[in-house]
Every structure is written in structure tokens, then in C-alpha cells.
Design a protein around this ligand. Structure first.
Ligand SMILES: [Zn+2]
Ligand SMILES: [Zn+2]
Length: 359
């Protein structure tokens, strides 16, 4: 079985000259459509997929996230209660080359827990009475605010020891909503201070989290460029193509994707996971042996980094078997064993969260 195909590509210099001269380096999420678009993509990918139930559940979760940010009464209440970092905190982070909305600058108060409860209430409406997720939500409902904050801290710091993996996606969904709202509010409050240059180009310039995947964009507002998509606050930041998103090397970068030859389609490639594989490839680096997926709008305009990543776990398995370790993180699907850091690791400026699907 050889379902991996290397793809020829232009040199970094050629790519750089082809990219738009004026590329907006960082893009905050549009709160009115980011989670709605994800929901729609997940429902599209779920049809006939081996992970259909999981993708549908994640679509319901995305729908609840959208409502939390767009329900007029609820979001207004949450926005009023949102606490942005002080200008002194932003200046201190900027001086150190750190992102403005790192965990230490964002208050984990009752506002994010209200987001969580809103999301849980909405998700419950869509769950069958016998669904196992009901028990997970029931367990989560029993957590005290202290335990919830402890779980959130572990999730945000990449400390998987003691992290409840069953409840983690639900907690993460609320944290994504919370961080996206704080980022939007902070950008409105300090329009010139939200995105200073930070020292580490491989983490989100807004919140310091690792990307979930890259997206090759096409369109009037984003041009033809490569952006990394934040796993937490949903910000996109520009990174030149043909450059490793983990170690920033331009040597040894290659692109691989699933191939559907007729023989493989018939015998080897799971048909249920082929819906979006043409639009999803993997950027591997032979300098650091990490990889990150790239979703390509030119192949499928509807691609969405989180959704398309979840629907291509087969690709993770194959690339992992080829000896590469995943550098990105998808908070909707975490794997053990314990990893040491999903965000910044001070001992390793490139961060060191590794997620391997190898058995
Ligand atoms: Zn971010
Ligand atoms: Zn690398």
C-alpha cells in the first residue's frame, strides 16, 4: 500500500514573489460566521463518513458556539462582563515579544463558565435520550468552578496529566468562544496594540496557542496566501509557504496527500474518509520531523481547518507511521499519552506539544 504521494512545488523564493505584496499578517475571526461555517462544513463531511456520529456531535457543538457569540441577549451580557487585559499588561507582553492574550493576561472567571453552561444547554437539545454524551455532560455539570478552572488551566497549558479527556472538548468549546470574544473586545479597546510582532512565529500572535492546521486561501480579502489557524482564539496568521510551521526551516519541506488510485479506492483507502482528502495535504519537515495539515481553498472553497482536520484522521495515521510527529493541536480531539505543552514551552521556544497517533 502506498497511499502517500509527494507533490512538486515551487522554491520558497518563487512562492514569496508570487504572494501578494500587501498581505494582512493577522486576521481576527469574524464572530458572526466562524463557528457557523465550521458547523456547515462538519455536516457536509459527516455524510457517509466512518466518524459520522462524532462529526455530527462536533457540528452541534459548533452550532452552540455560534449561538453563544450571536444570541443577542446572552452575548450582550457576556460582552459587558468580559474583562480585557490592561494597557500595562499589553505593553509588558509586547516588550517581551509575547502574545497579548496569553493565558496569564486573560482572567478565567465566571464568564467562561457561563459560556460553557450556555453551550451545554444547547447541545443537550440535540442529543438522543440514550446518548453517552449525556453522561459526560452530567459529569461536567457536577464540577465546581474550582475544578472547571483547574481543567481549563490544564487544557490551556497542555498539561494532560489529570485532564479529563471526556469533558475536555466541551470545556475547550467554551474557552474558544471566550477567547474569541476577549480578542474581539481587546481589539476594539486597543486597536493599535492587539497584534504586535511576537518572537515566535509558530504560535498564535494573539493568544500564543499552537495552530490546528494551515489554510491556503483564495479570495479578495485574504489573497492567495498561507495562514495558520489558531486552535484556541481562531485567529489566522500569515506564514510564507514552503516553510516548516514548527522549526521554520525551508529545507526538507515536502507535501504529501492521500491518493485515490482505483485499486486503492477499492481495497486500501477507507471510502468513508475520502470526502475531503483531495483538499487536505500534509506539510512534512525532514529537519525536525514534524508535520501540519494544510487545507486548500483552491481545491475546495468550503474547507475549514478544524473540520477538515477532524475528518482526515486517516492521514494522521499514515504520516505518523512514516515517522513524523504532529505539531498542531485540535482541541476537539485530544489524544493521550500525556503531552507536555499545547502552548508555549519556555524551555523550548518552538513549543513541544506532540500528538502521535501511533499505537
Ligand atoms: Zn489564538
Ligand atoms: Zn521543521
Amino acid at each position: 500500500m502506498n497511499p502517500i504521494q509527494s507533490v512538486n512545488f515551487l522554491s520558497p523564493e518563487e512562492i514569496a514573489t508570487r504572494e501578494l505584496e500587501e498581505v494582512s499578517k493577522t486576521k481576527l475571526p469574524n464572530l458572526s460566521d466562524i463557528f457557523k461555517d465550521r458547523e456547515l462544513r462538519l455536516r457536509q463531511l459527516a455524510a457517509g463518513h466512518a466518524m459520522r456520529d462524532f462529526l455530527i456531535f462536533t457540528a452541534d457543538l459548533s452550532s452552540a458556539q455560534h449561538k453563544a457569540l450571536n444570541d443577542e441577549g446572552f452575548n450582550k451580557k457576556q460582552s459587558v462582563a468580559t474583562r480585557c487585559p490592561s494597557v500595562e499588561q499589553l505593553q509588558a507582553s509586547a516588550q517581551k515579544g509575547l502574545p497579548p492574550l496569553e493565558l496569564q493576561n486573560v482572567v478565567l472567571d465566571s464568564v467562561w463558565i457561563d459560556d460553557l453552561n450556555f453551550i451545554l444547554d444547547d447541545v443537550l437539545k440535540h442529543l438522543a435520550s440514550e446518548a453517552a454524551t449525556r453522561r459526560v455532560i452530567q459529569e461536567l455539570r457536577g464540577f465546581t468552578p474550582e475544578v472547571l478552572n483547574q481543567q481549563a488551566q490544564r487544557l490551556l497549558s497542555g498539561v494532560m496529566l489529570g485532564l479529563n479527556l471526556g469533558t475536555a472538548p466541551l470545556i475547550a468549546s467554551a474557552l474558544q468562544v471566550y477567547w474569541a470574544r476577549v480578542a474581539s473586545a481587546t481589539a476594539q479597546l486597543y486597536p493599535n496594540k492587539i497584534f504586535p510582532q511576537i518572537a515566535d512565529a509558530t504560535v498564535c500572535p494573539c493568544c500564543g496557542s499552537k495552530p490546528v492546521a494551515s489554510i491556503n486561501t483564495v479570495g479578495a480579502d485574504v489573497g492567495t496566501s498561507r495562514y495558520l489557524h489558531c486552535s484556541l482564539c481562531q485567529t489566522k496568521w500569515h506564514m510564507t509557504r514552503i516553510k516548516c510551521t514548527h522549526c521554520e526551516s525551508t529545507k526538507g519541506v515536502a507535501y504529501q496527500s492521500l491518493v485515490e488510485s482505483s485499486a486503492q479506492t477499492a481495497r486500501n483507502v477507507e471510502p468513508a474518509t475520502t470526502a475531503n482528502e483531495a483538499a487536505v495535504s500534509v506539510e512534512t519537515c525532514d529537519e525536525c520531523h514534524h508535520y501540519l495539515k494544510i487545507v486548500n481553498m483552491a481545491k475546495d472553497y468550503q474547507v475549514e481547518p478544524v473540520a477538515d482536520d477532524l475528518a482526515t484522521v486517516t492521514l494522521d495515521l499514515l504520516i505518523s507511521d512514516a515517522g513524523y510527529t504532529r505539531s498542531g493541536i485540535n482541541l476537539m480531539l485530544l489524544f493521550g499519552p500525556p503531552a507536555d505543552d499545547a502552548r508555549r514551552d519556555e524551555s523550548d521556544p518552538k513549543g513541544s506539544f506532540d500528538r502521535s497517533l501511533k499505537k
